[in-house]
Design a binder for this molecule. Sequence first.
Ligand code: NAP
Length: 358
Amino acid sequence: MKKRVAIIGATGSVGQEFIQSLEGHPWFEVTQIAASARTAGKKYVEAIRDPNTGIVAWDVGGDIPEYVREMTVRGVDEVDTANLDLIFSAVESGPARDIETRFAKELPVISTSSAYRYEEDVPILIPGINDDHAELLEEQKRRRSWKGWVAPLPNCTTTGLVITLKPLLDKYGAKKVMMTSMQAISGGGKTGVTAMGITDNILPYIPKEEGKVRIETRKILGNLDNGRIHDADIRVSCTCTRVPVIDGHTESVFVETTEDVDPSKAKDTYDSYNEHISTAGLPSAPEKYYAFHEDPTRPQPRLERTVGDGMTTTIGRVEKEELFEHGLKYMLFSHNKKMGSAKGAVLLAEMLLEKGKI
Ligand SMILES: NC(=O)c1ccc[n+]([C@@H]2O[C@H](COP(=O)([O-])OP(=O)(O)OC[C@H]3O[C@@H](n4cnc5c(N)ncnc54)[C@H](OP(=O)(O)O)[C@@H]3O)[C@@H](O)[C@H]2O)c1
């Protein structure tokens, strides 16, 4: 018996990616979809039609999966929780707070929004990186007297940074991190940036993004002890920019390590982490969690975004950083809508189902 799931925010940028990631999924079946009052009551294919151009705005490539084309989009109040096992939430953080609270009283909620990320009893989970933090979900349920819980993913810019830092931190320690992101247009959602704003341009500021990356990185890399996450003792500084790339975030990272790190051994560090990754064998897990390039012209968004169906994080340009006593600099590529949100959320659901949390 497959678990019955609903996607809230199914018409948005991440929602569409959820629809594609869950097509034919062996463990989960989408039985309900919901969005705002603007689209509630419409068939899915009509709900995503752009009212200005008349174009069906299906943005994830290929055709709209058959299973959802004629499904009616519900209002949030019309979602039938009695016939569901799990909610995927892909709504902006403002409305997400009330929506996720309401559903978590009844059901597990996996969220791509920031609404709950910074609460003390809420872990920010990246499958394969901090699976042990999932135990905090039990504490959350108990403290709030909910039947379910909210399990958020990080911001999509934090995801690639943390995934690449974790093997370095485990082996060499990490004291300071500086990062500059070059983030894709799709990261801003369907109304995030205008064509006039981003074409032939770079936007040097993304509201609230840098604070999210700083807080989330320390929390995810921290330790869960006695029902509490103790943040990792790493200082994080970042500059987040938006660039004219459709999908996938590129980040330039400088990290000061505690121990000396030989850049020529970095590949081994990622390879050995890859070998023991906890997500191996899960339906949405990539064959390789990390791709490592010695070719200095990689990573490039156009070349990396399809690797591992967007679930592989690519690392390149690894060099010694002379500014620090011990340290490295490198560049990474991470797909914001795949590993960084919808498909990463599906992988998280698979991990939590295996752990008996769903
Ligand atoms: N885009 C990314 O790469 C990315 C990555 C990681 C995390 N996130 C996070 O994921 C969430 C969704 O992002 P997105 O980029 O998909 O945004 P989006 O394209 O703007 O889509 C937002 C979705 O939320 C729905 N919605 C808005 N207000 C609602 C309400 N009051 N009740 C129910 N549904 C409502 C919209 O429905 P209508 O169509 O009816 O308006 C739409 O389906 C955000 O919290 C974002 O920060 C996004």
